[in-house]
Design a binder for this molecule. Structure first.
Ligand code: PLP
Length: 385
């Protein structure tokens, strides 16, 4: 079996599995906010995990807020920043057209509350148009409440110029929320060096337990709690902490650091796989190929063959990939990310996303190559559209 949907959710990584099984056997279990000895032990372990996460992500210990994942972090930043910005004359929100719906729907929510939502165009290579963003920063100077642009795209894996965006935003004192969900755990990241104001992540994208995440905030005091609760996480996120889950975040980030080199091997193997499949099928398109991408994502289309048909063929060979398409009446729709890149429906309907992770064996690409070749040969004879 080859699991190739890491961008959707990564399997729990081996180091985390080992740690967690022992942790469940050994305990202790208690409320980290309790004053008795067991509570203190649990708190110490959780705070130790926070320190490990901070170090791994190049952030200060106090900048790490544990939560349930990226969606929560994104929502909290939007609510915190936009709650009162309009009253201060800042009524523009800028995102890109390739953001995850967790960002897009927050922007729409505030559009309905009277904010103007500007969407930065995307170039055909999958990178946002930095020049247009810079122009808007100048044009709407003093009126921009928030810029929210991702670090790496979940479909194409294309890396965005987030450090340049952070610089432009910092120069203009505009808060910058960077959705780093698909970047952290795949690429080395330093919150401090990136100069981002807010970064988010979900543990299940890099081998930790699902339902855990981190919000990194340059100035945590500027955040309002989404869940008020009893003052946990220094009043920024109420509710008894999921300390067991947060411990796994530290273990998974450590595991990624330890296996960094393996990731580079994966990239090399991926590029060979992509070159070989294109040699076998010259009509194949690899989306975002021209741009820098995370090591382990291939977004590939055979124009005229439904991505879903390919996915089913691969699944019958026990290889699990996804398509991007929302499907109705057998009419797959080109994803909004691909539409933002100007990709035609002929290509857009054909995509499958193959995404691996640092725990994946390199030979996975050999098996995927053969299964994909079989699928394209079979389906090419009966083109679906
Ligand atoms: N942002 C990006 C880029 C993602 O890929 C995802 C998940 O797919 C999210 C945000 C939301 O993550 P979660 O559902 O874990 O909160």
């Amino acid at each position: 079996m080859i699991y190739a949907d890491y961008n959707g959710s990564a399997p729990i990584c081996e180091d985390v599995k080992e740690y967690f099984i022992k942790r469940l056997q050994d305990g202790p279990f208690a409320n980290p906010n309790a004053i008795h000895r067991l509570g203190t032990k649990v708190l110490t372990a959780m705070e130790n995990s926070r320190a490990i996460c901070a170090k791994s992500l190049g952030a200060k210990y106090t900048q790490v807020i544990f939560n349930s994942g990226a969606t929560e972090g994104i929502t909290q930043v939007f609510h915190s920043v936009l709650d009162s910005a309009k009253e201060e004359g800042k009524n523009f929100v800028i995102t890109s057209g390739i953001e995850h719906s967790a960002v897009i729907n927050c922007a729409k929510f505030y559009e309905n509350k009277g904010y103007t939502h500007k969407v930065v165009p995307t170039l055909p290579n999958g990178v946002i148009d930095l020049k247009q963003l810079t122009n808007w920063m100048e044009e709407f100077k003093g009126r921009i409440a928030l810029v929210a642009i991702m670090a790496a795209n979940n479909e194409t894996g294309v890396i965005q110029p987030f450090e340049e965006i952070a610089k432009v935003c910092t120069d203009d004192s505009v808060p910058f929320l960077c959705d780093t969900t698909q970047f952290i755990g795949k690429c080395a990241f330093s919150f401090k060096e990136s100069n981002i104001d807010y970064a988010v992540t979900s543990g299940h994208k890099f081998g930790a337990l699902t339902g855990t995440g981190i919000l990194l905030a340059k100035h945590p005091a500027k955040l309002h709690p989404l869940v008020i609760g009893g003052g946990q996480e220094k009043g920024i996120r109420g509710g008894t902490q999921n300390y067991l889950g947060y411990e796994t975040l530290a273990v998974a980030l450590n595991s990624f650091e330890k296996n960094g080199e393996k990731y580079l091997d994966l990239k090399e193997k991926k590029l060979k796989f992509e070159a070989e499949i294109k040699k076998r099928f010259p009509q194949v398109v690899i989306l975002g190929e021209e741009a820098p991408r995370v090591c382990s994502t291939t977004y590939i289309a055979f124009p005229g063959i439904h991505g879903q048909a390919v996915q089913i063929e691969l699944e019958s060979a026990d290889i699990f990939v996804t398509t991007s398409s929302a499907c109705s009446d057998n009419e797959p729709v080109t994803s909004k990310v691909l539409r933002a890149m100007g990709v035609s429906d002929e290509v857009g309907r054909g995509v499958v996303r193959i995404s691996l992770g640092h725990c994946s064996p390199l030979e996975s690409y050999d098996e995927i190559l053969e299964a994909l070749t079989n699928a394209y040969e079979k389906l090419g004879k009966i083109k679906s559209y």
